[in-house]
Design a protein around this ligand. Structure first.
Ligand code: SAH
Ligand code: SF4
Ligand code: F3S
Length: 456
């Protein structure tokens, strides 16, 4: 580009970004938005108004990739009408599908993999005005964690990446292939980022990684998740600390003790079991048994009596019989999770499980999926009912989506609470004055998904 030609900074080009997939992807989008804002771009909510459309994608199940292809297909018209429109596919599916995306969707300009995010401003500048196609899926790039902390969707809460990648190679999972080797981020960088976030008004952080329990592997010194939690707990301004996801194989007493002893660390674990059957767990290469998993749950509940636990389950893994499935049902029944994400097995090319025949019929997968959803909903409804009459601490996030006169937030145990003022009481500035504050709420009603209450 010549020196006096217009750059994006002059134009303030409008970017629309849509994020698919997990929290790591949401954070990657947030970091990308930060880096583009620094360069003078603006962001729009309406894709029709955008000069640049970016899809940050997920490959974890076939459906996730399918959604992206179908959105890319429907963007063909917009691109035809406006050939200067830049269309980019970012993240896991970009890494997984690579050039294939150009072949299926020739109107795409950019394929940017999971380790090339930091080059996004440069790549977009290169495409600007030329309408060329760039494939950027280098696996050796260092991921930059440099963050514009003021750029985040919620003033009071933030995700903080403490590790990238995954070395576990669970037999069904594409993540290690698309995200690369596990890599822990240095403690100092994490502390600095958390301090900047608290300076900007952040009250709650959620530490992110595919397997946060193995945090510290590869770093010098005795660095573990428990130590990191201890260090973060002493940062002034932070009120709550959460972490996801916990692989059961790497769950140790130290981490549970940290939850129990450190006042800011919240009493909630996301520890996916995936299955309750040892036979299936072995085929999944999860490296624990259901007995060990149950022992961990017992230990967690005895060290932290008010802990809540969440899980992921896959139904219809190759060879899953009714007996295997019943083991999952009984695990779910015994643990009484606070929340569960349930997925139908979806074979991913290149993963070890594709050597096994995907032999559970779709209809059976659907039925098992529904049984687990119904069971979880019953458990949540019963446990939430038990909360009626109790007082809980809530970090106020904002007004309720369904009723603007009410506020919403979460308990330390990650339950969603919708609440109002007692009848007849008015409060100056309500509801905005309470956002980002910790308040005590008396619970008066509940459903399977929500607790309803009145402020104390
Ligand atoms: N790192 C996390 C999970 C990341 S993927 C962990 O190990 O717990 C999120 C969830 O997607 C997984 O927990 C699993 O339940 C589900 N999943 C992964 N691959 C899948 C596949 N091929 N089919 C169906 N569900 C899958
Ligand atoms: Fe996938 Fe297993 Fe890694 Fe989780 S731990 S991301 S399920 S390979
Ligand atoms: Fe997350 Fe999907 Fe990638 S679950 S790590 S966005 S494959």
């Amino acid at each position: 580009m010549s020196k006096d030609s217009k750059t994006y900074k002059d134009f303030g080009k409008k970017v629309y970004i849509r994020t698919f997939g997990c929290q790591m992807n949401k954070l990657d989008s947030e970091l990308s938005i930060g880096s583009l804002v620094r360069e003078g771009y603006t962001f729009v909510e309406d894709e029709k108004a955008a000069d640049i459309i970016l899809l940050n994608t997920c490959s974890v199940r076939n459906k996730a990739e399918h959604k992206v292809y179908s959105q890319l297909g429907s963007l063909r018209n917009q691109k035809e009408k406006n050939p200067d429109l830049i269309l980019g596919v970012l993240g896991c599916m970009a890494q997984n599908e690579g050039e294939k995306i150009f072949r299926r969707m020739p109107h795409v300009n950019l394929i940017c993999g999971t380790r090339e995010f930091s080059r996004l401003p440069t790549l977009l500048e290169e495409i600007n005005g030329s309408n060329k196609q760039i494939l950027a899926i280098n696996e050796d790039e260092m991921v930059s964690f440099d963050r514009l902390v003021t750029q985040r969707p919620n003033r009071f809460k933030a995700f903080v990446s403490i590790m990238r990648g995954c070395d576990n190679y669970c037999s069904y999972c594409i993540v290690p292939y698309v995200r690369g080797r596990e890599f822990s981020r240095p403690v100092g960088d994490i502390i600095n980022e958390v301090k900047s976030l608290t300076d900007d008004g952040c009250k709650e952080i959620t530490l992110l990684g595919q397997n946060v329990n193995s945090y510290g592997k590869g770093l010098n010194g005795n660095i573990t998740l428990a130590n990191l939690l201890k260090k973060l707990n002493s940062i002034e301004g932070i009120e709550r600390i959460r972490f996801v996801t916990s692989h059961p194989r790497d769950m140790i007493k130290d981490i549970l003790e940290a939850i129990s002893e450190l006042p800011k660390v919240c009493e909630n674990l996301h520890m996916p079991a995936q299955s309750g059957s040892d036979r299936i767990l072995e085929k999944m290469r999860r490296q624990y048994t259901s007995t060990h998993y149950r022992e961990l749950v017992e230990m967690a509940k005895s060290l932290v009596p008010d802990i809540t636990i969440a899980s992921d389950f896959i139904v219809g893994f190759p060879g899953e019989t009714e007996d295997d499935f019943e083991d999952t049902v009984s695990l779910m029944r015994d643990v009484r999770y606070q929340n569960c994400f349930i997925f139908k097995y979806s074979p991913r090319t290149g993963t070890a499980a594709t050597e096994l025949k995907d032999d559970v019929p779709e209809e059976t997968k659907r039925r098992r999926n529904q049984i687990l959803l119904d069971l979880q909903s019953d458990i949540s409804a019963e446990d939430n009912k038990e909360m009626i009459g109790k007082s809980v601490e809530v970090l106020v996030e904002g007004t309720s989506k369904t009723d603007e006169s009410k506020l919403t937030g979460r308990t330390r145990q990650n339950q969603i609470v919708v609440f109002s003022l007692p009848e007849g009481r008015s409060q100056e500035g309500w509801p905005s004055s309470l956002q980002g504050k910790l308040v005590n709420i008396n619970i008066v009603d509940s459903t399977d998904l929500t607790l309803f209450g009145i402020i104390n």
